[in-house]
Write a protein that binds this ligand. Structure first.
Ligand code: CDP
Length: 227
């Protein structure tokens, strides 16, 4: 995997990050969840009462984001995201953040800021990055591009279980609404919409376990990189 790039894009809550994380252990490379970067910006905007500027004054909003620091730091075997020096990971998947993040991710200035950071990450060990525009925009020359999808029911149930385990107070229909809303916004925005890139391999994991997906991707990697 040294120096190689795997891009994993796909619909909301298709398990991209869990899969990417397992693959990164398997191939001894870095995993970056680009969605966590958009979520961190959304969290900052929510916590600082800046939501009203998303539509009314993007320049002012961007000026308020100018000084923020967003960095991945190694904690044990994991890379964790820090916002202004603070570990914010546990707050990123809340429904409050999920309900704002796609509006924020549609702002071109925010996208270019984050794409720049994503391209600056050290790829010498190899990198697996998951998101929405990784194969199409961030790394169009990626060595392997995957696109994950699954039925809305299965995706919503997986995310709902995850949130309930963390003690969140949500209903299944809140989760379904959020996932449908994000897919719609992510696919229809003007800048870097979610698309299935021509050279991406489409994987529908509705009926696949994590270990079946891992096996499938390991076979794809083996034949693409090592044969
Ligand atoms: O894990 P999940 O599928 O719920 O989403 P995520 O990867 O955490 O991404 C959250 C949101 O960030 C997405 O719905 C997009 O609006 C945005 N995003 C994006 O626009 N581009 C990326 N490369 C990654 C995420």
């Amino acid at each position: 995997m040294l120096g190689r790039i795997i891009a994993i894009d796909g619909h909301a809550s298709t398990g991209k990050s869990s899969l990417a994380k397992s693959l990164s252990y398997e191939f001894n490379c870095i995993h970056i969840n680009s969605g966590s970067m958009y979520r961190a910006i959304a969290l900052h905007i929510i916590n600082n009462n800046l939501i009203k500027y998303i539509e009314s004054d993007t320049n002012y909003l961007m000026s308020k984001l100018d000084g923020i620091s967003l960095e991945f730091k190694e904690v044990g075997t994991k890379l964790k995201l820090f916002l202004n020096g603070k570990d914010i990971e546990k707050d990123l998947n809340s429904l409050v953040v999920s309900n704002e993040v796609s509006n924020i991710a549609a702002i071109p200035e925010i996208r270019s800021k984050l794409v720049k950071l994503q391209r600056e990450i050290d790829r010498s060990k190899g990198i697996i990055m998951d998101g929405r525009d990784i194969g199409s925009v961030v790394f169009p020359d990626a060595d392997l591009k995957l696109f994950l999808t699954a039925s809305i029911e299965v995706r919503a149930e997986r995310r709902y279980d995850e949130l309930i385990k963390k003690g969140a107070n949500v209903t299944l229909s809140d989760v379904i609404n959020n996932i449908e809303d994000r897919d719609k916004k992510d696919s229809n925005r003007k800048t870097s919409p979610l698309i299935i890139d021509n050279d991406a391999i489409l994987i529908d994991n509705t009926n696949k376990t994590i270990s079946e997906q891992l096996q499938l991707i390991k076979e794809i990697v083996q034949s693409r990189f090592y044969n």
